[in-house]
Ligand binder design. Structure first.
Ligand code: NAD
Length: 259
């Protein structure tokens, strides 16, 4: 088993459709012991129910906008485990009204919220978990991104700008943390129907467009992202850091689909 004896923290399970849940299933299958977080009491029950499918995971609350939650998360992991081998950041949020119409109309508060939750939180999380990974002689961090952070995608708007910042954070973090033996990478996933994605106006058209134009002619599956995350947190990717891997059926290579 690739992750026998490894301990990982996963943020972002909201329900069974969550990409974070796909990742949890992939890494648990290879023997990893997990800590899952939930964002407030509203989602606690969902995560508790899903956790019954895993081998006694730690369940911890964490709202990434609250420094006290992030501090408490780090403290709990130190108390329970003493160290950590990998961290998965699968968290994003933007106000619904910012994911429709023109990016040019983005409000100051909408911009701040998207950046805080979807981008800065990765750095904030690393600040709390790097010492724990150092206890284990190194580690791996994986974040989730989307093509809308590289190119303009209708309605993705402020979230695209947050993903651009997230991907650049991955590179700066990879540079800072590499000497400590910690790798930092992102997966840029194709569109998947999840709770967060449902906030983007026109999601079903987007899924249809992707299915008909991606080289693999299919939509991205949760388990495909899960298995790439498994690769990134396992020793198989030990030479890889600062990378953004597209798991999108090849959609991002297309300039024009047909003439
Ligand atoms: P999801 O709704 O299942 O997961 C989003 C998670 O973010 C939820 O668990 C939610 O609780 C969490 N979250 C939001 N605000 C938070 C806060 N303040 N504190 C803590 N957690 C908070 O949707 P998903 O599609 O699985 O999203 C996971 C990641 O994948 C996100 O980064 C998203 O941008 C990215 N992504 C999704 C798609 C897609 O099409 N679904 C494609 C590419 C990338």
């Amino acid at each position: 088993m690739l992750l026998e004896g490894k301990r990982g923290l996963i943020l972002g399970v909201a329900n069974k459709r969550s990409i974070a849940w796909g990742i949890a299933q992939s890494v648990a299958r290879e023997g990893a012991q997990l800590a899952l977080t939930y964002q407030g009491d509203r989602l606690k029950e969902n995560v508790e129910e899903l956790a019954q499918n895993l081998d006694r995971p730690l369940l911890l609350p964490c709202d990434v906008t609250r420094d006290e939650d992030l501090d408490a998360l780090g403290d709990s992991l130190r108390k329970e485990w003493g160290g950590l081998d990998f961290v998965v950041h699968s968290v994003a949020f933007a106000l619904r009204e910012e994911l429709d119409g023109e990016f040019a109309n983005t409000s100051r508060e909408g911009y701040r919220i998207a950046q805080d939750i979807s981008s800065y939180s990765l750095t904030a999380l690393c600040r709390r978990t790097v010492p724990l990974m150092q206890e284990r002689g190194g580690g791996s961090v994986v974040a989730l991104s989307y093509l809308g952070g590289e190119r303009v995608v209708p309605h993705y708007n402020v979230m695209g700008v947050a993903k651009a910042a997230l991907e650049m954070s991955v590179r700066y973090l990879a540079s800072d943390l590499g000497p400590k033996g910690i790798r930092v990478n992102a997966i840029s996933a194709g569109p998947i129907k999840t709770l967060a994605a449902s906030g983007v106006h026109g999601l079903s058209k987007m899924l249809e467009y992707h299915r008909t134009h991606a080289p693999l002619r299919k939509n991205t599956e949760q388990a495909e992202v899960g298995d790439t995350a498994l690769y990134l947190v396992s020793p198989l990717s030990r030479g890889v850091t600062g990378e953004v891997i597209h798991v999108d059926g090849g959609f991002h290579v297309m300039g024009m689909a047909a003439l």
